[in-house]
Design a protein around this ligand. Structure first.
Ligand code: PFF
Length: 465
């Protein structure tokens, strides 16, 4: 199959496993390894996990099938898919491409920070251990100097890796890379899991994750779990539509969805079972968001035998996870630019990369700026993302992604029709045993649930992070 995405025959995943790993690579990202454990911790441990799993099964997989079937039926990028099916809905595709691009601007910066931590743990772990917060603020974000590494050098390297894979095409680049990176990621996860659960004192963390405390059940736990599921499964921005458009007609989309959702959830759970027991065992203040992955964990690694080595392993894991997700995000934009705007694959990739790099630099610089003004140290809970980061996260996670996912489900449920989605799955003799419940979910339950995330989350001011 040709690697080129323009003209002639369209790119396709070469194998079923290749597609599953590429889609799981998109889903498994920073969201699983640093956001999920923090949310599980805040949401009461076992209860949050239980709610999250129920949401993935009922809501996440329904929305994923909606995106995949639209993509495969049309064999188009997110915008082209709607242009073909119902031009009045083209804005949904455009919104998705836009959302993905906004996420990329900061995702690639954070990917750069991860690379900097790999370098840091390799060359001078003592400096990180001596002052974890100072290292993050100073060396990475440049609170007291220009952050040449955190804003320029390492994000540039990260973006270069993404560009390299994308320019090699769908099968020759994305699929091939994921086939190596995803098994490597699983191996690293298992090594780290083994280390974390055998730390003296880890039992308390395990108990926390396995205990279902119904008192923790409230609206904000529910909303956090819903928002996390969409983000983690890469839904709402047409990425699964684009990836679905490269799937062969003989593939079973229902089964593949189950595999992708299972892999993504498994990684999130394992990450929680690594981080929470380790944090409990070492008595480190868990913190939130960026501080969880970049500051608190330094305290954990410092107290472990061979801590610097496990630090390198952990950030390598995070690097693979972030890279395969960033690749999918960029593929969404590149597929749009090549198919709708006629750009060559290389040109589309490089142009998008330059733009995201320039905007991203501002993101990292803004963090230091806020720190200099002294308004982003957040008492006992450590650091939180400052205003610019908060704004971007709010815009994408709480607004654009839910709107996108809602639009896909309403489109499939009410405009295109669930029967067409089912027909797309069932062509070539595949049977979809959940046709009826899926139709009801995509038409009624999922749109209602997303409405709740959107409006309850914003109007009632229930924080998702
Ligand atoms: N799912 C990724 C994560 O959990 O980090 C992030 C992401 C990738 C979101 C691709 C959306 C997307 F389209």
């Amino acid at each position: 199959m040709s690697n080129k995405n323009t003209g002639g025959s369209r790119a396709q995943w070469a194998s079923s496993l290749g597609f599953i790993l590429a889609a799981a690579g998109s889903a498994v990202g920073l969201g699983n390894i640093w956001k999920f454990p923090g949310r599980a911790y805040e949401g009461g441990g076992g209860l949050f996990i239980l709610i999250y799993i129920a949401i993935v099964i009922l809501i996440g997989s329904t929305a994923m099938i909606a995106e995949l079937t639209v993509g495969r039926a049309t064999q188009k990028n997110a915008v082209g898919a709607f242009r073909q099916l119902a031009p009045r809905w083209k804005w949904v595709g455009g919104l998705g491409v836009f959302t993905g691009y906004v996420i990329l601007t900061y995702y690639t910066q954070v990917g750069g920070w991860v690379l900097q931590y790999i370098a840091g743990y390799l060359t001078s772990p003592g400096t990180i251990f001596a002052d974890p917060k100072g290292y993050f603020l100073g060396n990475v974000l440049g609170a007291d100097r220009f952050p040449l590494g955190g804003a320029i050098l390492f994000p540039f390297l990260f973006i270069a890796c993404v560009v390299l894979v994308i320019t090699k095409g769908v099968e020759g680049g994305i699929e091939r890379f994921n086939k190596v990176a995803m098994p490597a990621l699983f191996l690293l996860l298992l090594v780290l899991l083994g280390r974390a659960v055998t730390l003296p004192g880890a039992g308390e963390g395990l108990r926390y994750l396995l205990t279902i405390d119904l008192k923790a059940l409230n609206g904000s736990t529910l909303l956090a779990a819903l928002g996390q599921a969409f983000y983690s499964l890469s839904l709402g921005m047409g990425i699964m539509c684009t990836y679905g458009s490269y799937v062969k007609k003989t593939e079973d989309l229902g089964k593949n969805t189950a595999m992708i959702c299972t892999l993504d959830t498994l990684v999130a759970l394992i990450a929680a079972f690594i981080i929470i027991p380790a944090v409990f065992a070492t008595g480190v203040e868990p913190g939130k968001g960026a501080s969880f992955a970049f500051v608190s964990l330094a305290g954990v690694f410092e107290q472990m035998p061979l801590g610097a080595f496990f630090g390198v392993l952990f950030y390598t894991l995070l690097f693979f996870a972030a890279l395969t997700s960033a690749i999918s995000l960029l593929e969404g934009t590149v597929a749009y630019l090549t198919e709708e705007k006629g750009l060559s694959r290389t040109r589309a990739t490089v142009l998008s990369a330059v733009g995201m790099f320039l905007i991203g630099v501002v993101y990292t610089l803004s963090q230091a700026h806020y720190n200099i003004r002294g308004i982003w140290l957040d008492g006992a809970s450590g650091l939180t993302f400052p205003v610019f980061g908060d704004f971007l996260e709010f815009l994408t996670d709480r607004l654009l992604i839910p709107v996108g996912a809602l639009a896909y489900c309403i489109f499939v449920g009410w405009v295109w029709g669930p029967h067409r989605g089912v027909a797309e799955i069932e062509r070539e003799g595949v049977r979809f045993p959940f046709a009826k419940p899926w139709g009801l979910l995509v038409k009624y339950v999922v749109p209602a649930a997303i409405f709740i995330i959107l409006f309850a989350g914003m109007v009632m001011g229930l924080a998702l992070s």
